[in-house]
Design a protein around this ligand. Structure first.
Ligand code: GH3
Ligand code: MG
Ligand code: MG
Ligand code: MG
Length: 312
């Protein structure tokens, strides 16, 4: 972990942190049956500016990974019930957790066992007893690098927003969460009006800047925890958490008005642009595909009704 590496990654990542859907602190899950030791790791990581959560029962680890969506898992190799190796194997089998960095902790001196840990998909191996400063530095470096790679895979390069595939995954995830907790959830699809005309009149690059302006308007107008994604070319997908449809409509209408007042720099004079939106809430038995389809149908209704409006 060279310091230069970490600093540059950090600066680069901070460009994305306005994207609204992730917290700034790295979140680390510690899985170790020895609670006292695990807590000492947690303290060291927190002192180094990370969020740490301790799980002492390996059977609980997968549930916590699904809930916390940590940036890295610190995994004890030897635990009663399930070995760290078995757990790592399961983590590596799922598409969702495949990129999750795993750092093994063990008093293991056997090189063959260490090799096996890496073959299963461990990214690093730290020998117990652990030097806490070394632990914190290793964890931070591994977690930041994984985060940077995830940004490249999951985000759209023009806006820094989540891409289409990740958006659909998040809708599925948040719909499940909403089912569990009973919290309301609204999906919205946003589409810029007569965007072909913007491109034709002002050029593609100016069109790109309008897309970026709308991206910033949406991120700035919604909660940090809400999800803003580039759904397609000039289309955006939104997830408003803990928000019923009527409230979402009010929020989006405010953003709609604000966006329509922005002057975009054209060749000669500045021009304005508008967008239309469709919103849909949860309903009994609805899946994420049907929810997005309902928002799309509402968006179509907004276009037919004359554009520059939000329809629910
Ligand atoms: P409507 O009000 O019905 O949505 O009209 P529209 O002209 O926006 O309709 P349509 O969705 O057919 O056109 C979208 C256009 O957006 C077509 C495509 O060339 C353009 N576009 C898609 N992606 C990008 C992009 O990344 N940058 C730019 N500048 N233009 C894009
Ligand atoms: Mg142990
Ligand atoms: Mg479109
Ligand atoms: Mg359009």
């Amino acid at each position: 972990a060279t310091p230069v590496d970490t600093v540059e990654l950090g600066a680069w990542l901070s460009d994305f942190e306005t994207s609204g859907d992730r917290q700034q602190r790295l979140s680390i899950l510690i899985v170790d049956d020895d609670e006292l030791i695990a807590e000492s790791y947690a303290l060291a990581l927190e002192a180094a500016g990370m969020d740490a959560r301790v799980v002492t029962d390996p059977a609980d680890a997968l549930r916590h990974i699904a809930e916390v969506t940590p940036d890295l898992v610190l995994l004890d190799m030897h635990m009663p019930g399930a070995s760290g190796l078995e757990l790592a194997q399961i983590i590596r089998q799922s598409r969702q957790t495949l990129p999750l960095p795993i750092v093994f902790l063990s008093a293991e001196r056997d090189i063959a066992a260490q090799t096996q840990a890496r073959q299963i998909g461990g990214d690093d191996f730290i020998r117990k007893p652990v030097d806490l400063a070394h632990l914190a530095a290793t964890v931070r470096m591994r977690a930041e690098r994984a985060l940077a790679l995830r940004q490249i895979m999951e985000r759209d390069s023009l806006t820094g927003l989540l891409n289409h595939a990740r958006f659909k995954e998040r809708v599925t995830l948040e719909l499940e969460r909403s089912r569990r907790t009973g919290a309301p959830l609204t999906v919205a699809l946003i589409d810029i009006d007569h965007f072909k005309q913007v491109n034709d009149t002002h050029g593609h690059q100016t069109g790109d800047r309008v897309i970026q302006a709308l991206s910033q308007c949406l991120v700035g107008g919604l909660r940090r925890t809400d999800v803003v994604a580039r759904y397609g070319g000039e289309e955006f997908g939104l997830l408003l958490l803990d928000t019923p449809v009527a409230a979402a409509q009010t929020v989006l209408d405010r953003i709609r008005v604000r966006f329509s007042q922005i002057g975009h720099a054209g060749d000669d004079a500045s021009f304005r642009a508008t967008f239309s939106g469709g919103v849909a809430g949860t309903a009994k038995g609805i899946d994420s595909t049907a929810m997005i389809a309902a928002a799309d149908a509402a968006l179509y209704g907004a276009k037919r009704a004359g554009r520059n409006r939000i329809v629910g």
